[in-house]
Design a protein around this ligand. Structure first.
Ligand code: C2E
Ligand code: MG
Ligand code: MG
Ligand code: MG
Length: 280
C-alpha cells in the first residue's frame, strides 16, 4: 500500500510540475507579445520628505495581459530575467520614466527625480552606463534627475565589476539607491567602497518597526548605518502613522508608502503634484 501511495504521489508531483511548466510557457510567450503590443505601462509612486512633499517618484512596471489579466511584476520580472526579455522591459520602463521626468521639468519641477529598478542580469550587461546615457540624451533629461535602484546581491557577486559599473554611472551624475536593504548579506566593508547615495529600508522591516521587535531593531540599524556612511535613507512601504512616528524618531526623513500615496498612472501625476496630501 505504501508503495502504491508513493508512486501516486510521484505521479501527482510530476503532473503538477508539468502544469506549472505549461503555464510558464504560456506566460512566457504572452510576455513576448506584451512587449511588442503595448500591454506594459508604468506607474509612479511618490517618495516624500518629512513634510509629505514629493521629491521624486519610483517607476513601477505594470502588465495588463489580454490573456492573463493583470500580472504582478513580482511574477513576470523574474520570468523576464530568465527568458532574456528583461532588457526590453527595462528599456521600455527607463525610456518612459525619463520622458516623464523630462515633462515634469518642463512643467516647472526641475528637481523631481525618477527612480528605475535595475535587475541583476542587466547589471551584468557590459554597456549599462552607455545605454542609460543614450536614453537620457534621447529624453533630454539631466542625469541628476535619474536614480537607479539596485539590490544588495548585485554588489556582492563580482565586486570589481559592480564597482566599475557604478563608478561609471556615478561619474555621469546618476544617483544610486540600494533597494530592499537589509534582506541581503552586504558586508559593511564593501558597502563603504561603492559609490552609493541612498539605502531603502525594506518594507518587511518597516511593517514591523512599530511592533518593538526585530523589525524595529533592523530599521534602527539601517538608519544609523546610512547616517554613519553619509547616505540618505528611505523607508519603503510606510502604511501607518505609528510606523511614521517610529521612523521619525529614528531620524529617517524620506518615505514611500500607501500612507502617502499609492503608485499612480502618469496621467494622475499632474493633479497629485498640484495638491499632494500632506501627512504627519
Ligand atoms: P520594489 O522595487 O521594492 O518596489 C516597491 C514595491 O512595494 C512596489 O510593488 C510598490 O507598489 C509596493 N509598495 C509601496 N508602498 C507600499 C505600501 O505601503 N504597502 C504595500 N503593501 N506595498 C507597497 P510592485 O509595483 O508590485 O513591485 C514589486 C517589485 O517588482 C518591485 O519591488 C521591484 O523589485 C519589481 N519591479 C517593479 N517594476 C519593475 C521594473 O520596472 N523593473 C524591475 N527590474 N523590477 C521591477
Ligand atoms: Mg524599487
Ligand atoms: Mg524597494
Ligand atoms: Mg521591496
Amino acid at each position: 500500500h505504501a508503495k502504491k501511495l508513493g508512486k501516486g504521489q510521484f505521479q501527482f508531483y510530476t503532473e503538477s510540475l508539468n502544469v506549472e511548466a505549461r503555464d510558464r510557457l504560456a506566460l512566457d510567450s504572452a510576455l513576448r507579445r506584451a512587449v511588442e503590443q503595448d500591454e506594459l505601462y508604468v506607474v509612479y509612486q511618490p517618495k516624500v520628505d518629512a513634510n509629505g512633499r514629493p521629491f521624486g517618484f519610483e517607476a513601477l512596471v505594470r502588465w495588463d495581459s489580454a490573456e492573463f489579466g493583470s500580472v504582478s511584476p513580482v511574477r513576470f520580472i523574474p520570468l523576464a530575467e530568465e527568458n532574456g526579455l528583461i532588457g526590453q522591459v527595462t528599456w521600455f520602463v527607463l525610456r518612459e520614466a525619463c520622458h516623464q521626468a523630462a515633462a515634469w521639468r518642463a512643467a516647472g519641477n526641475p528637481k523631481l527625480r525618477v527612480a528605475v529598478n535595475i535587475s541583476p542580469s542587466l547589471f551584468r550587461e557590459k554597456d549599462l552606463a552607455a545605454l542609460v546615457m543614450s536614453v537620457l540624451e534621447e529624453a533630454g533629461l539631466p542625469p541628476e534627475n535619474l536614480e537607479l535602484e539596485i539590490t544588495e546581491g548585485m554588489l556582492m557577486g563580482d565586486v570589481q565589476r559592480a564597482l566599475a559599473v557604478l563608478d561609471e554611472l556615478k561619474a555621469m551624475g546618476v544617483y544610486i539607491a540600494v533597494d530592499d536593504f537589509g534582506t541581503g548579506y552586504s558586508s559593511l566593508a564593501y558597502l563603504k567602497r561603492f559609490p552609493i547615495d541612498i539605502l531603502k529600508v525594506d518594507r518587511s522591516f518597516v511593517i514591523e518597526c512599530d511592533c518593538g521587535n526585530e523589525g524595529l531593531a533592523i530599521t534602527r540599524a539601517v538608519v544609523s548605518l546610512a547616517h554613519s556612511l553619509n547616505l540618505r535613507v528611505v523607508a519603503e512601504g510606510v502604511e501607518k502613522q505609528t510606523q511614521l512616528a517610529v521612523l521619525n524618531a529614528l531620524g529617517c526623513q524620506e518615505f514611500q508608502g500607501y500612507l502617502f500615496a499609492k503608485p499612480m498612472p502618469a496621467a494622475a501625476l499632474e493633479a497629485y503634484l498640484a495638491n499632494p496630501t500632506i501627512a504627519g
